[in-house]
Design a protein around this ligand. Structure first.
Ligand code: MN
Length: 735
């Protein structure tokens, strides 16, 4: 116990040393206070490893300070990040002890894990979207990443199934997020750690192979760098040259996705030349180095990247070129200043070290946080990378709000409290009288914002009103309100019907639909229901009925002939709308797409979209041989897609059929295809071998229904034993 206390204090002092930006007595007091509160709150808790729980918040705070370079407020919040969720400490306590800012950050962290705990895969998707909107204070996201990194570093003690789940989430949420924020080192570590648990064997294999090939790489790097080194020294440039191997994860990624063996990629690496120069000479010196490098090695003009003049959205600055080495291998050379290098590895966290005159450390952090916010919110910088990372543009029209229990609801932008109420249950929507949004009373028409917590207030006496239709943004709420209004109207209309029946009786008019239609036309209403309703509510006064005659129980108006012309309005036949054949994403937008070559989907097929790195959205069939791999490895890049309509486009399909060779068989087949079905045939080939024939035909069809009816007809031909749709690989395989 005494030993443990000593160890806790040792780790706490380590944190203080790492918190280089929190040196004032006041900062130190705040950190000490947070540490004391967290220590007391977690005092009876232990981690899965058996260690005191407090090790975890201390470690998370240290990552925030040391690896992200965050400020005192972040360190305080990191120390307290699990207290509200897991201990007796409340948000009010945090407000009282530390302040509003700290409380709102910890609230954000708690909300995220609230959603996270009952997260299935689908909710993990929601979680990721939410990160982007729940970032009132970006520190929430940064602390969450630090939290995840420490949990990944200590994942050994978890159950294997939990390890797998956490590792998968890390890979598709946290690593891209870290990358997005320019936290390159953290991203790499998160990826490698994820792989360690997801693909333990492969991970070990790559690790050991990397160790074994280390000497070969070192030799190559030394030989390659030597002339550059000498030239740089002769020029008096201060520099450092590093050989950067790919990370274990990126090697694995390449092996899996490009089907290349380790032996083909282990020696793919970059040479990094880091120069020590004052800020104002960075650019010119970098180009000087470029010129020296290309004096020795031939550059590939297509592979020059100048991120010094035009830094990447996440702040990355560097000059890249790819040159040919004497052994005939392309080598990437990265040229950058010391400052750029630190920023590339640690993100903007490194910026404060390079503060220029006038800027305080605080204002630099604020600028950085503001920039991260911008990165998170922007949707048009380097669009492809962005879609790749987050497909935010597909979701920018959505907001994420919470129920009082912390459940997450996704609603379209502009949704109101009333939409929210109907999204929970029709009965709640119908009885809704208002809501409490973040504990504040608001009306039905209140427009919600991401991160709002909404509690619906209901009353038994409430019922949907006509003007509610103007308050809602979702189709669901609108339909429910309309249905309910119609029900209500029907009840009222029943009374009106009785009134009319009595009136007709007293006038000697038969209560027949022909007379009711006549009356409806006279009052210019378009249905009997509407007529009854207006009678019931007094909008139509039957006492004022004039200008009519009654013949044998039939009601006739003098000007009936006139109104008849109005009825025979021109009938305009509907022109089929020009729609894209595919609706993509949760919002069913019509986005640009292309059809995947591997499975050639056609309308009617169950399909999904996959956001590729450079080719936009590709549509695959659900049963595409690549589907499982895409979905499991890149769940975050998979988007929903469905066919809007069928008969718009024609799609190419290949059919293979086999059977017994028979005279006239080719004729029957071509007849069916071209004559019977009006199918457009593009190519046909037949091969015969010892009485067995193999036919291949390429046709254009509209959809799966069309295709299966064609297939059926072909199967019915005498001699044909099998007809099947061909995938592309199969075709290539037969060649
Ligand atoms: Mn935690």
């Amino acid at each position: 116990m005494v030993k443990e206390k000593k160890e806790i204090l040792r780790r706490y002092r380590g944190l203080l040393r790492a918190a280089v930006r929190s040196k004032s007595p006041q900062d130190k007091r705040r950190i000490r206070k947070a540490f004391d509160v967290a220590l007391e709150a977690h005092k009876d808790m232990r981690r899965k490893s058996g260690e005191p729980y407090i090790y975890h918040p201390i470690a998370v705070a240290r990552i925030c300070a040391e690896e992200i370079g965050l400020d005192t407020t972040s360190i305080v919040c990191a120390l307290l990040h699990d207290t509200v969720e897991d201990t007796y400490i409340t948000l009010e306590d945090i407000v009282n002890l530390f302040g509003e800012k700290e409380a709102s950050i910890i609230d954000g962290l708690t909300k995220i894990s609230g959603v996270f705990d009952h997260a299935t895969s689908a909710q993990a998707e929601n979680f990721r979207k939410m990160l982007l909107t729940l970032s009132d204070d970006v520190r929430v996201i940064l602390i969450k990443i630090a939290d995840r990194l420490h949990n990944m570093r200590t994942l050994d003690h978890m159950r294997p199934d939990k390890q797998l789940k956490i590792a998968s989430e890390t890979l598709f949420m946290y690593a891209p997020l870290a990358h997005r924020l320019g936290l390159y080192n953290m991203k790499t570590e998160l990826e490698d750690l994820s792989l360690k648990y997801k693909e333990a064997e492969t991970y070990q294999e790559i690790t050991s192979k990397l160790q074994k090939t280390q000497a070969v790489r070192t030799r190559f790097i030394n030989k390659f760098s030597l002339p550059i080194k000498q030239a740089l020294e002769a020029q008096g440039i201060q520099f450092e040259i590093k050989g950067r191997t790919k990370s274990i994860f990126s090697i694995w990624n390449k092996m899996v996705n490009k089907y290349v063996p380790f032996e083909d990629i282990y020696d793919v690496f970059a040479i990094r030349i880091i120069i020590d120069v004052p800020l104002e000479q960075e650019k010119s010196e970098a180009w000087k180095v470029y010129s020296i490098v290309t004096d020795f090695y031939q550059p590939n003009p297509d592979r020059l990247r100048d991120w010094i003049s035009m830094p990447k959205a996440n702040g990355y600055e560097s000059l890249h070129t790819t040159v040919m080495s004497p052994t005939g291998k392309w080598v990437e050379v990265q040229i950058r200043s010391r400052r750029m290098d630190e920023i590339a590895e640690k993100g903007y966290a490194a910026h404060w070290k390079y503060k220029s005159g006038g800027e305080t450390a605080e204002s630099i952090l604020d600028n950085w946080l503001a920039q991260i916010r911008e990165v998170l919110e922007s949707s048009d910088d380097d669009a492809l990378t962005f879609i790749d990372d987050f497909k935010l543009n597909l979701f920018s029209e959505e907001i994420y709000v919470f129920t009082p229990n912390g459940d997450l609801k996704t609603l379209p932008k502009g949704a109101t409290t009333l939409d929210f109420a109907f999204s929970i249950h029709t009965a709640i929507g119908s009885k809704c009288i208002g809501a409490k949004v973040n504990h504040k009373l608001v009306p039905l028409s209140h427009v919600l914002r991401s991160g709002d917590q909404v509690e619906i207030l209901t009353s038994k006496k409430q019922s949907p009103k006509e003007d509610w239709l103007g308050y809602v943004a979702t189709a669901r709420a609108r339909t429910k309100i309309k249905t309910s209004l119609k029900e209500e109207k029907k009840k009222v209309a029943a009374e009106g019907k009785d009134i009319l029946r009595r009136k007709f009786n007293s006038l000697g008019i038969d209560f027949l639909s022909v007379n009711i239609t006549t009356l409806s036309k006279h009052f210019k209403v378009d249905s009997a229901l509407e007529l009854y309703y207006r009678i019931a509510v007094g909008k139509i006064d039957l006492k004022k009925l004039k200008g009519y005659t009654i013949e044998n129980g039939r009601l006739l108006f003098e000007r009936q002939a006139e109104s008849k012309t109005k009825e025979t309005q021109e009938f305009i036949s509907p022109v089929p709308g020009k729609k894209d054949a595919l609706l993509i994403g949760d919002e069913e937008q019509q986005l640009d797409y292309s059809l995947a070559q591997c499975c050639n989907p056609i309308p009617g097929d169950d399909v999904f979209g996959f956001v590729t790195v450079s080719g936009g959205i590709k549509i695959h069939r659900d049963n595409c041989p690549n589907a499982t791999q895409l979905m499991s490895n890149y769940a975050y890049r998979v988007i929903r897609a469905r066919w809007a309509s069928k008969e718009l486009t024609q799609f190419e399909v290949q059919l293979r059929f086999t059977g017994i060779d028979d005279i006239g068989l080719v004729n029957s087949v071509t007849n069916i295809i071209s004559a019977d079905m009006h199918v457009n045939m593009k190519a046909i080939s037949f091969e015969s071998n010892d009485g067995i024939f193999l036919g291949m035909v390429k046709v254009l069809v509209h959809d799966t229904e069309h295709l299966s009816s064609l297939t059926e007809k072909l199967e019915n031909i005498n001699g044909v034993t099998m007809v099947e749709r061909v995938r592309k690989e199969d075709i290539e395989g037969t060649r």
